[in-house]
Design a protein. Structure first.
Length: 230
């Protein structure tokens, strides 16, 4: 959301400050798909995840409220289908969007169902997700733009804390959302990418052995149950 504000500002749509303020303090209660602020007190940005990636037309000096309405109206047209598909799998729409935002940043379309499986498998085993995308979101978005970033550390830093982050870490497209709802059936708990090829493992020892063989992990690495999965 913050990066969208920057882009819109650079194109003269409105100032970063006004767009950011509107997104973080505006009244969006008419959009039922957005989780109520009262139910997500540890979420950094309420709109994050629901600004559907698409082609939009904006005016120079457009009112911020009009800008966000265009994004959210677009998501609203898709929300019923997303929500019903999520419910059929016993998931909330917000959990789907959060998982999809991680998938979007971790892999290209061809690997998204497998990355989804790793996320679902780790959640089922009560493991930390240890996803780079949540680390970079905290380090380079929350810490840079949120007024009090430290309060969000334990809710987004998935290397140290279990479960999903408190909210999405980006705005996923339809492919990532579909993958979040429909993971593949692999049992892997770990993965890494080597020159664009994704390597999956079921155990930490297998993961480290493959990563060392590929040269993406030093051979003297100390085993850790929260080893990076990306």
């Amino acid at each position: 959301m913050a990066k969208i504000c920057l882009l819109l500002s650079s194109k003269g749509v409105n100032t970063f400050e006004k767009l950011y303020s509107s997104a973080t303090t505006g009244d969006f209660s008419q959009y039922s798909f957005l989780p109520p602020a009262s139910s997500t007190p540890n979420r950094c940005y309420r709109l994050e995840g629901y600004l559907f990636p698409d082609t939009y037309d904006f005016f120079i000096n457009e009112k911020p409220e009009s800008v966000w309405k265009k994004f959210l109206d677009n998501f609203a047209m898709r929300s019923a289908a997303f929500e019903s598909a999520a419910a059929a799998k016993g998931m909330t729409l917000d959990d789907v969007i959060t998982i999809a935002s991680i998938i979007e940043k971790e892999a290209s379309a061809a690997e998204r169902a497998n990355i989804s499986a790793v996320i679902h498998n780790r959640l089922a085993k009560n493991m930390t997700l240890s996803m780079d995308s949540t680390y970079t979101y905290y380090e380079y978005v929350i810490k840079e733009y949120a007024p009090d970033p430290e309060q969000y550390y334990e809710y987004y830093y998935t290397y140290d804390f279990k479960g999903l982050p408190a909210g999405a870490v980006g705005n996923p497209g339809e492919s990532a959302i579909s993958a979040a709802i429909n993971p593949s059936d692999i049992s892997a708990l770990y993965f890494f990418s080597d020159a664009g090829t994704f390597i999956y493992s079921n155990t930490l020892a297998e993961h480290e052995s493959k990563a060392m063989a590929a040269g993406v992990m030093p051979s003297a690495a100390t085993p850790t149950e929260t080893a990076p999965t990306a």
